[in-house]
Every structure is written in structure tokens, then in C-alpha cells.
Design a protein. Structure first.
Length: 116
């Protein structure tokens, strides 16, 4: 059974930092690209960052490029999202995501709130 469990969200002031963690289980983590999405109130869910199986390839939404860093530890089946220079517009629920054999899996999400 595929499980994705996010943690690390919270309330932070603008300019601050948070590190999100997604612990994965139930599939071969090292064989899977991993994604972080976010959804702000009243808005569609948007892709924030992607990391390839080995971690050698990474892509970011233009809105977070230069501030966020995605990484992974295949030995721990964990993917991270380091978020620096946070802005109020980064406020959202952040979700870990994986696609396996055309099936899409989501974690429960972790709330990030950035105060101005």
C-alpha cells in the first residue's frame, strides 16, 4: 500500500525558512520521480518542484526558483523541500506526490502559513 506522509509545515514570518519532509513507503522509492505540489485557498493545486529518481534532475515552478530546493534520500525513502525566503504568497497546503503505473498518489498535506 502506497503511503506518503508529509511533515514540517507551520507558521513562519516572511523571509523565514521551513523544511518539509515526505516519508514514502509501499513502493520502490528509488525507481520513482517525486513531486511537491501546493494548493492555496481558492486556487488550483500547482506543481512546485520535481526530482528524478537519482536526484540528478530537478525542476521548479518559476515562482519558487532560487528560493526552494527539492532533494531526496533514497536510503530513507524520503523527499524534502527546503523553503527559504518565504513570502505570504507561499501560504498553502503542500502535498507530496508520486505517479506509479499511471496511478497518482497523494499525501495528506502539510499546512504552511507565512505571515507578513
Amino acid at each position: 500500500q502506497v503511503q506518503l506522509v508529509e511533515s514540517g509545515g507551520g507558521l513562519v514570518q516572511a523571509g523565514g525558512s521551513l523544511r518539509l519532509t515526505c516519508a514514502a513507503s509501499g513502493f520502490t522509492f528509488s525507481n520513482s520521480h517525486m513531486n511537491w505540489y501546493r494548493q492555496a485557498p481558492g486556487r488550483e493545486r500547482e506543481l512546485v518542484a520535481v526530482i528524478t529518481r537519482s536526484g540528478g534532475g530537478r525542476n521548479y515552478a518559476s515562482s519558487v526558483k532560487g528560493r526552494f530546493t527539492i532533494s531526496r534520500d533514497n536510503a530513507k525513502s524520503t523527499v524534502y523541500l527546503q523553503m527559504n525566503s518565504l513570502k505570504p504568497e507561499d501560504t498553502a497546503v503542500y502535498y507530496c506526490n508520486v505517479i506509479l503505473s499511471h496511478e497518482t498518489y497523494w499525501g495528506q498535506g502539510t499546512q504552511v502559513t507565512v505571515s507578513s
